[in-house]
Design a protein around this ligand. Structure first.
Ligand code: SF4
Ligand code: SF4
Length: 86
């Protein structure tokens, strides 16, 4: 992610998310992070939350599944509900 974007984005610096265990996985077998394209506005807030380089936003958000640890930080930061775990 471009550093400039992080500096300008509305929430400013994303604080460390301290609730729960880092990279703890939800106990839902067979579920994964998905993007609802019709809700994604390409704001890149999810990129600021992800610590695992598991997202790409080029217009719309895409999940790089092999990098995703299911921590769901991004889901908490998406302002439109475009990220779902199902
Ligand atoms: S669930 Fe976690 S690792 Fe996966 S894309 Fe979201 S923030 Fe990144
Ligand atoms: S998934 Fe959500 S946070 Fe990420 S770019 Fe799309 S609208 Fe923004």
């Amino acid at each position: 992610m471009a550093k400039g974007f992080g500096d300008k984005a509305t929430p400013g610096t994303v604080p460390p998310l301290i609730s729960g265990l880092a990279h703890d996985r939800p106990i839902v077998e067979g579920s994964k992070l998905n993007v609802l394209n019709e809700l994604c506005v390409g704001c890149s807030y999810c990129l600021m939350a992800c610590e695992d380089e598991a997202l790409l936003v080029e217009g719309l958000c895409e999940v790089i599944e092999e990098n995703c640890t299911d921590c769901l930080r991004c889901l908490l930061w998406c302002p439109t509900g475009a990220l779902v775990y199902s």
